[in-house]
Write a protein that binds this ligand. Structure first.
Ligand code: FES
Ligand code: FES
Length: 165
């Protein structure tokens, strides 16, 4: 008889992927999420854990150029993937990414907890061509929650960065 409360056998698997331009090989439990891989195994705490259930957007990162909720993605499925987190977004020469700079200029953060996910989503929103108006930005950023209520300024920041592209 199957015990429905049994979390299942732990299986450890080696995964080779690229994170922020660096090749990485890690041993992961088959149940480990990409979010936990980043925060716990790779010590990249910029990606935030809010709900851990796909509802808040705090954990948004890019996988193969597309935004994903890292709490919902299993690390074992990332063999060969290219992952970019908030730590890897800036060009690396001391300058911020244009959307990071726009967040600062528009004062689009208070506690900043939601900010990494908002920025990773905002970059995709612009890349996907969904930043044509404030309404469109709101719609395509609606999966990212901000407890501090900075939405107005976040939308302005995305508009600013989209206008600079
Ligand atoms: S932590 Fe992933 S959506 Fe909330
Ligand atoms: S700035 Fe605090 S949750 Fe968004």
């Amino acid at each position: 008889m199957v015990d429905a409360t049994d979390p299942g056998e732990e299986t450890v698997t080696g995964v080779a992927l690229t994170v922020n331009g660096q090749p990485v090989v890690v041993e992961v439990d088959s149940r480990t999420s990409l979010l936990d891989l980043l925060r716990e195994n790779l010590e990249l705490p910029g990606t935030k854990k809010g709900c851990d259930a796909g509802a808040c957007g705090a954990c948004t990162v890019h996988v193969n150029g597309r935004r994903v909720l890292s709490c919902l993605m299993l690390a074992v499925r990332l063999e060969g993937a290219d992952v970019v987190t908030i730590e890897g977004l800036a060009p690396g020469d001391g300058r911020l990414h244009p959307l990071q700079a726009a967040f600062v200029e528009q004062d689009a953060l208070q506690c900043g907890y939601c900010t990494p996910g908002q920025i990773m989503s905002g970059v995709s929103c612009i890349r996907e061509g969904h930043a044509g108006s404030a309404e469109e930005i709101r719609e395509w950023m609606s999966g990212n929650l901000c407890r501090c209520g900075c939405y107005l300024k976040i939308v302005r920041a995305v508009e600013q960065a989209a206008g600079e592209e």
